[in-house]
Design a protein around this ligand. Sequence first.
Ligand SMILES: Cc1cc2nc3c(=O)[nH]c(=O)nc-3n(C[C@H](O)[C@H](O)[C@H](O)COP(=O)(O)OP(=O)(O)OC[C@H]3O[C@@H](n4cnc5c(N)ncnc54)[C@H](O)[C@@H]3O)c2cc1C
Length: 430
Amino acid sequence: MMEIGSLWEAITPAAPKCAKLTDAITADVVVVGAGFLGLSSALHAAKAGLDVVLLESHQPGFGASGRNTGFVVPSLKTSLGPAEVVAALGADHAGRLLKLVAGSGRAVFDLISRYDIDCDAVQNGWLQPAHSRAAEEVLHGRMPRLVAAGVDAEWLDRDAMLKRTGLPSLHGGIRVASGGQITPLAYAYGLARAAISAGVRLFGDSPVKSIEPDGQGWRVRTAAGEVRARRVLMTTNALIGNLLPELRASIIPARVFQIATQPLPRPLRETLLPDMAPVADTRRHTFALRWSPDGRLVTGGMVPPLPGRMALARRLFANRLRRMVPDLTEVRVEYSWTGMIAGTLDFLPRMMRIKPGIDAVIGCNGRGVALTTALGREIGPWLAGRMADADLTLPLTAPRPIPFSRISGLGPHLILPVWEARDAFEARFR
Ligand SMILES: Cc1cc2nc3c(=O)[nH]c(=O)nc-3n(C[C@H](O)[C@H](O)[C@H](O)COP(=O)(O)OP(=O)(O)OC[C@H]3O[C@@H](n4cnc5c(N)ncnc54)[C@H](O)[C@@H]3O)c2cc1C
């Protein structure tokens, strides 16, 4: 059996049905995009007393939120220490972002338990082993600053990491206890249900076509309806299209591929990632692996920009899996799918004031499951006027276009062979 499609769609029970917007309505705030960020922001804005309309082009979780690997990662890219974050955001905002990220794993699992979201949540930590001895040293050197930033990280030596992963080629590394894994589409549907029950009017199949000035506020038009509101929050991630060119130009969109194997025998599940803690190593082209709730291995990454990329992805990632998991005798790829991430040059998310009353949060750089949830938790009260702009975690800045942003997404894919060659050399000789 080979399915072309997402494993998460196959195993997640039906979505809450979100009807299309066909009327002219009003609201306090319109949120555009029902991924984790839009859903968490809308939910928390409604909880803070606002009348919220959430508009989604397709159905909740259509974007990266329903297609990701489901790793709950309560840390920024580990190469981003306090100094780099301070240089990018200034000392105050850097301190707030590091604190928010350190608590973001707990934010996800708390929300899941508060709203009783059935999404196969497992909070048994997130693992980052080194791929070489040299990388192990560098990672070990970063431990103190992770701990200083409030991340509940512990160091595992090579033997301890082997027990946790069952992957003999990997070295020692970090375990962040408050991390874990979820089934991402089920989490998106659960957030959507929570938002609807908090009073959010969530419309699916309602792509926003234009946003025009309307007195003191904005008129947000879809193909068949419109919403008038004082405030608009853009949470479209990489799928922004041509709606707001200045927002589109401020990110590097990159395509990521995922595969899932056939269900694997139980003895393997007892030695490979036995705690169901997901693993992502230090390679430039990260090797990431997790179990699905139905006993499949899920992995993925980027693929060079060649024709037939999905077929290539299936072949490349199945081969990588065979190399990394020695006990895996047979790999059949039964599901494969793809999604888009929104990158930034410094790997940090951004909050932007596009125009007075239109704000956007974007650029979660492939680490957005926990981060978007945690950001949404403060954006809700902020939209309700309970928090000043100056107190936000991220500074509210003007959009900063990235040169050649439209084709910039090709960059990581083009450089992939170089990264992989360096990763392989280091894993073997360093
Ligand atoms: C393959 C893959 C694997 C990943 N793995 C992980 C992981 O394991 N852990 C992790 O932390 N992060 C991971 N990420 C990143 C993570 O998924 C994202 O950072 C996060 O889901 C972003 O959420 P979001 O709400 O900002 O955007 P999205 O989920 O992309 O939501 C944006 C939504 O906006 C809608 N939209 C766009 N334009 C319009 C419009 N004009 N009108 C109405 N709606 C519109 C889209 O349809 C979409 O539903 C991964 C990403 C990918 C692609």
